[in-house]
Design a protein around this ligand. Structure first.
Ligand SMILES: *Cc1c(COP(=O)(O)O)cnc(C)c1O
Length: 389
């Protein structure tokens, strides 16, 4: 059994490469020559399959603990493919706190499929499952942006008892910290744009499942629609993945320390980090994941204070997305979740600020945050150009 770190460090190398390349080669080609007019070789057309993408998918599947991984053009393409496993007339149950784009797709574009937001930790789940026709239960844990925790094993037991599939969007964790398939889920979904890529330069998504028939259904549709990840982005993602464990471990250490420091400030109504014991579901989280991740949220006293905090930090870029080497800060209400339809699931409150902790020097990150919290801008801590990033 090779360790996660070893698999990562040596991942993506194509054994059959004729030149013995020691890092993943980029097959930037749309077509592959055929030996004759009537037979295909191993690869024929990149929309269907490509050696670089396949190397990426084999590594991603290994990281999830087995099965087959499919790389998509974005996290949303991966989630759309997953949600559309539900057929018209069937129902989908969704966690209450979800990425805004996932809500938008589920509410507006899943024709003929009824979606309901459910408190998955309550009796509501059993009641909704008992109504029948549930094809899929989909949720995030920790959720974006509220960092709510859902007990993956418990949801799987209930859903499987009712014949429903379970899909976990584990973007906030990456497979380095949590592997939903090992907890019983049928599908693990990620926006690889976040921690998996880790450098803020790739838009990508992935779905992994141990169910071969389900994987084939997803692959056939992806081929028909052309929503697979391009060779170049597959290659970039492979490059980012090779340092996944060291990146996540380091950023997570910093996130934990910053969460503790922020929690000590009287300026916030609450500070939330799944790796701290005062998170309301820290025990469940600890039972299914290896650490709290890189996201910290703070609830400010007012929307003005939230805006001031976001604008006064210098080392945290004001930007959507998370999980990159550069730290960022956002107000999900105005940014990542602005696309969520108003109504069925409440939008995150404008006082909620989400921090994504990266790989900068943690002392500098802490000084920057504390100076913004205290309403003064430190002169020592600036971005290298001295300008706002
Ligand atoms: C960003 C995000 C997505 C969407 O992924 P894209 O790569 O932006 O399409 C889905 N789920 C979660 C939890 C996310 O954070």
């Amino acid at each position: 059994m090779t360790s996660f770190a070893t698999r990562l460090a040596r991942g993506g190398v194509i054994d059959a490469d004729p030149h013995g390349a020691t890092s993943p080669p980029l097959y930037q080609t749309a077509t592959f020559a055929q030996a004759d007019a009537t037979s295909f070789g191993e690869f024929d057309y990149t929309r269907t399959d490509n050696p670089t993408r396949r190397a990426l998918e084999e590594l991603l599947a290994e990281l999830e603990g087995g099965g087959r991984a499919l790389a998509f053009a974005s996290g949303m393409a991966a989630l759309a493919a997953t949600l559309r496993l539900a057929r018209p007339g069937q129902r989908v149950l969704l966690g209450r706190d979800l990425y805004g784009g996932t809500q938008r797709f589920a509410e507006r574009f899943l024709d003929g499929v009824e979606c309901a937001y459910v408190d998955l930790g309550s009796g509501e789940l059993a009641a909704e499952l008992a109504r029948g026709d549930v094809a899929l239960v989909l949720f995030e844990t920790p959720s974006n942006p509220r960092l709510e925790i859902t007990d993956v094993r418990a949801v799987c037991r209930a859903a499987h008892g009712a014949g429903a599939l379970v899909a976990v969007d584990a973007t906030a964790m990456t497979p380095h910290l949590m592997r939903p398939l090992e907890l019983g889920a049928d599908l693990a979904v990620h926006s690889a744009t976040k921690g998996l890529g880790g450098h803020g330069d790739v838009t990508a998504g992935v779905v992994t499942t141990a169910d071969a028939a389900l994987a084939e259904r997803l692959a056939a549709r992806r081929n028909a629609e052309g929503s697979a990840l391009t060779p170049f982005e597959s290659w970039l993602l492979l490059r980012g993945l090779r340092t996944l464990s060291v990146r996540v471990d380091a950023a997570q250490r910093s996130a934990r320390r910053l969460a503790q420091r922020l929690a000590a400030s009287v300026r916030f109504r609450s500070v939330r980090y799944p790796g701290l014991a005062d998170h309301p579901a820290s025990a469940i989280h600890r039972s299914q994941a290896r650490g709290g991740g890189v996201l910290v949220t703070v609830e400010c006293a007012s929307r003005e204070e939230a805006i001031a905090l976001v604008e006064d930090t210098r080392l945290f870029t004001t930007a959507v997305s998370f999980g990159g080497v550069a730290s960022s800060i956002s107000i999900p209400h105005h940014m990542s979740h602005a696309s969520a339809p108003e109504g069925a699931a409440p939008r995150p409150d404008p006082t909620l600020v989400r921090l994504s902790v990266g790989l900068e020097d943690v002392d500098e990150l802490e000084a920057d945050l504390l100076s913004a919290v205290n309403g003064t801008i430190s002169l020592q801590v600036r971005s290298p150009t001295g300008c706002r990033p």
